[in-house]
Design a protein around this ligand. Structure first.
Ligand code: GLP
Length: 262
């Protein structure tokens, strides 16, 4: 696992955006580049930076196919808290990606199981995901894989924990009851099957989750810890999120990644 520590959220975002753009630009061959994407506040800075780079002609998304991590069950696309809406508002409407290259789980499906199977098959039809960018929740959930979700889970229906509904209620008028109780989500196995996984972790409130991801035991209690078993996992984080790492771990990664400091 690589852990790239930047001073702050802006630098973390810039580093991650440059990394993703470099991977897209280096991609050769007849197949498109397959990019997994998250929602949440963590990736907003990366999306802003990628939009800027796209406008400046430094990266194009014409040959990129995207798969989003998750979607609330029961929210229509037009709902301003649906992840479909979030992704178009914060990213897709501002870049040169063809609409048919965008894949997001359908939160209004009448057959959630079939929808999740279709999604897995579509990912497989492209030969898997080249790079999955993610964020994590304060309880370490990756996509909507809450604590105690199997570390080999595939795309499926997830019940949201009370904790997550409380945390996400900031987008639903601070009322946890208004946060959908279920979501469709790629599995931990779906994410770790990707060639590379890049997870953004920033802010003091993610310090425990970062320590669990990097130093904790591999455990279904912290689903983010499954990244320790992946051969191409990168954590991009800021100083504020490092508060629960041991000094040795912190110094080790700063030293080994010192050329990556922005
Ligand atoms: C939600 C999403 C996750 C995301 C997490 C963290 O629960 N389903 O994919 O990583 O929130 O969000 P934030 O980046 O806003 O802290």
């Amino acid at each position: 696992m690589r852990v790239v520590i930047q001073d702050n959220y802006e630098k973390m975002s810039k580093w991650a955006a440059n990394y993703i753009a470099a991977k897209i630009n280096a991609h050769k061959g007849y197949k498109p580049f397959i990019l997994g994407l998250p929602t949440g506040s963590s990736p907003i800075g990366v999306y802003k930076e990628l939009i800027k780079m796209n406008r400046e002609g430094k990266v194009s998304f014409k040959n990129v196919v995207t798969f989003n991590m998750d979607e609330y069950l029961g929210l229509p696309r037009e709902h301003d808290q649906s992840y479909w809406y979030f992704m178009h508002d914060n990213f897709f409407d501002h870049i040169d990606i063809p609409a048919e290259n965008i894949n997001i789980l359908d939160g209004m499906t009448t057959d959630p199981v079939a929808e999740c199977e279709r999604y897995e098959k579509k990912i497989a039809s492209y030969g898997g995901i080249d790079l999955f960018m993610g964020g994590i929740g304060v309880d370490g959930h990756l996509a909507f894989n809450e604590p105690f979700t199997s570390l080999s889970s595939r795309t499926g229906v997830r019940d949201l924990t009370t904790d997550t509904r409380i945390v996400n209620s900031r987008f639903f008028g601070n009322d946890p009851e208004k946060v959908p109780a279920q979501a469709l989500s790629v599995g931990i196995g779906t994410v770790t099957d990707s060639k590379e996984v890049l997870v953004l972790i920033s802010g003091h409130n993610k310090a425990r989750a970062l320590a669990a991801t990097v130093e904790g035991s591999v455990s279904q209690k912290w689903t983010c810890s499954a990244l320790q078993l992946h051969n191409g996992a990168i954590i991009a984080c800021d100083e504020a999120a490092c508060g629960e790492l041991t000094v040795d771990t912190y110094k080790y990664f700063l030293d080994i990644e010192k050329k990556e400091r922005l």
